[in-house]
Design a protein around this ligand. Structure first.
Ligand code: DX5
Ligand code: ZN
Length: 217
């Protein structure tokens, strides 16, 4: 069992003082910074857009893990790339031509990840798993931070690990939603590689300590 990579989710940061929170992330053991972009259409909430993220990207020293909860994410590949993004996550449910979108993301010079909503079966990935750098399993219905972890996600991580092994895919498994020290430990046990944590990190009394503890799971 390897130590997980930790990707704190900016959605739970103090939006009136993003600089202070990003500087804390820079100084921590966090591996990436997770950025949730929402459009109020694909999910019932709106977060932040590119004019804000331009400044976030300038301040952040960690690789950016950008999670697009929007319809037609392929329209924004250039904008996401221009932030200096390392990993671009698009939802399976938002892409009719998923194979094309994945290739476009890679052609733009980013790593490509496909995200599944809690109700979307892992089996839908059979024909794309060799093409992606990561699969992001949602362990809450996307749109809000601070929700309760859906326990069935543990079965999906096991199933995805088996699919990756059987196909020789190199994809990482990331999980997003309701991750804390307890659910994080369970996720690592069943094979998760990357943990996204919003409230668990940004609402902790000591962010750096919490990131360190999540990384030590
Ligand atoms: C939810 C977002 C998550 C969210 C996680 O739609 O994709 O990244 O910020 O927040 P927590 O860890 O608080 O559930
Ligand atoms: Zn997310």
């Amino acid at each position: 069992m390897n130590r997980p990579l930790i990707s704190p989710s900016l959605l739970s940061a103090n939006f009136a003082n993003l600089q202070a929170d990003i500087e804390q992330i820079n100084r921590s053991d966090a591996d990436w910074l997770h950025i949730d972009i929402m459009d109020g259409v694909f999910v019932p909430n709106i977060s932040f857009g590119f004019p804000v993220l331009k400044y976030v990207a300038e301040l952040c020293e960690k690789p950016l893990d950008v999670h697009l909860m929007i319809v037609n994410p392929e329209k924004f590949i250039k904008e996401v790339k221009d932030l200096g993004t390392m990993m671009m996550n698009v939802h399976y449910e938002a892409c009719v031509h998923l194979h094309r979108v994945v290739q476009q993301i890679k052609d733009a010079g980013m790593k490509a990840a496909v995200t599944l909503n809690p109700s979307t079966p892992v089996a839908m990935l059979v024909d794309i798993i060799r093409d992606v750098d990561m699969v992001l399993l949602m362990s809450v219905n996307p749109g809000f931070g601070g929700q309760k972890f859906i326990v069935h996600t543990l079965d999906k991580v096991r199933e995805l690990r088996e699919l990756i092994t059987n196909t020789g895919s190199q994809a990482l498994i990331e999980v997003d939603g309701g991750v804390n020290l307890e659910t994080g430990r369970q996720l690592v046990e069943v094979g998760a590689d990357v943990l996204v944590a919003g409230n668990a990190v940004f609402k902790a009394p000591d962010m750096s300590d919490m990131i360190h503890r999540l990384k030590s799971l």
